[in-house]
Design a protein around this ligand. Structure first.
Ligand code: ZN
Length: 388
């Protein structure tokens, strides 16, 4: 189950009535998102807010178009209570996932349902061109669905952020967007709240809102794409580390004498699992006379072995409920990789058997869905800390 008891407004915010109001609105929306429609009395019991506070906030949210009265419930005696539910159409969020070659853009309503999606080639442009490109996507959605109902823009791109590492460009990353300041600049350009996240962390949050992690609070997400990344969710919140760069699963060392990684180390997991290295591996095998199918088999066998090592390390470090395998790689490919893992290595999770691993079915759009999840989770989850 998701965390069902969001904390009340912290005392240090008590002198800021706007922030308390905003917090309490999120407490109520969180309860409605987790439990579905609830009466005012049930909302008070679930959230710990007083009935008067609940009545005020519900009125406030109805006025803002974010919730509505869903009609009366059947009740054995007395006046049946009126159920309050999230008004899906009350707001929408935009999610953009962009790397050096492609972009996916989605709009989702307040309940997390997709209302539009698109994709295309990324522009080959200058530093400022990237921001303008993303702002243009946002402007298109605002023109179609209304700027005032927009909950925010989630922008997702490969990290790492704000560091000069690994010294050479990360495959697929856009250097102009690998800094936290981008969120403020885009917010000023678009007039909407902007949430910036790396693709693996965003995809993990997308799984929590839409996919395989809806029932999970503590999990690790493996992102396999051009590179390999990881998203850590602890108690329902993303764990980012000091600069938003936690979870660099692709640079977990699985063989100190292994293949040279672009980061400078040897035997990084990404060298055995990324789509980039897979293409190189298969091209080399085919040029030396092997069949493409045979080369793919060999690559998956080798990759599964490296992944098994990485998974045991992650499990021993975090003791997650589940590890989810996903990313920009096609779903059938991920399933094949999971099937090739065989018996997982021993770890603190070995009592769970094969239940230790789930394969995402969100497909290549997972990170864009995760991007749109950022403003929705921000609007509807009390206590959630996101970078804005
Ligand atoms: Zn590396």
């Amino acid at each position: 189950m998701l965390d069902q008891s969001p904390p009340a407004a912290p005392g240090f915010l008590a002198n800021s009535s706007t922030r308390v109001r905003r917090h309490n609105r999120r407490v109520l929306l969180h309860a409605l998102r987790v439990h579905g429609a609830l009466s005012r009395a049930e909302l008070a019991r679930t959230t710990g807010l007083t009935p008067q506070a609940v009545a005020n906030i519900v009125e406030d949210l109805i006025g803002a178009g974010l919730v509505r009265e869903a009609g009366r419930r059947k009740s054995p005696r007395g006046q049946p209570p009126i159920a309050i539910e999230i008004a899906k159409e009350g707001g929408y969020a935009v999610g953009v996932r962009i790397d050096a070659t492609h972009f996916h853009a989605v709009a989702a309503d307040l309940s997390g349902e997709l209302i539009e999606m698109g994709e295309g080639l990324a522009p080959a442009g200058t530093d400022s061109g990237w921001l303008e490109f993303v702002a243009g996507i946002q402007a298109g959605f605002a023109a179609r669905f209304g700027a005032e109902r927009c909950l925010g823009l989630g922008l997702v791109t490969p990290g790492p952020f704000d560091i000069e590492w690994p010294g050479v460009p990360t495959p697929g990353a856009i250097p102009a967007l690998q800094r936290r300041g981008v969120a403020d600049e885009l917010a000023a350009m678009t007039g909407t709240d902007v949430f910036l996240e790396n693709d693996a962390t965003a995809a993990a949050l997308g799984e929590r809102l839409y996919g395989a992690a809806r029932d999970l609070n503590d999990f690790f997400y493996v992102f396999i794409g051009e590179g390999v990344g990881g998203g850590i969710v602890i108690r329902g919140e993303p764990y980012r580390g000091s600069r938003g760069n936690a979870g660099e699963f692709g640079h977990l060392i699985v063989d100190p004498n292994g293949a040279q990684c672009y980061c400078g180390n040897r035997g990084c997991l990404g060298e055995y699992l990324s789509l980039r290295t897979m293409r190189r591996f298969i091209a080399e095998a085919v040029s030396s006379g092997e069949t493409e199918a045979g080369a793919l088999d060999a690559w998956i066998t080798r990759g599964a072995d490296a992944l098994a090592t990485g998974l045991a390390n992650v499990e021993n470090l975090f003791d997650p409920e589940v590890v989810i395998l996903g990313g920009a790689a096609p779903a059938p490919f991920l399933s094949r990789l999971a099937d090739s893992l065989g018996d997982l290595r021993a770890s603190v999770r070995q009592d769970r058997g094969r239940d230790r691993l789930r394969v995402s079915n969100l497909g290549e759009r997972s990170a864009a869905l995760g991007a749109s999840a950022l403003p929705i989770l921000w609007a509807t989850t009390a206590g959630l800390r996101l970078d804005r």
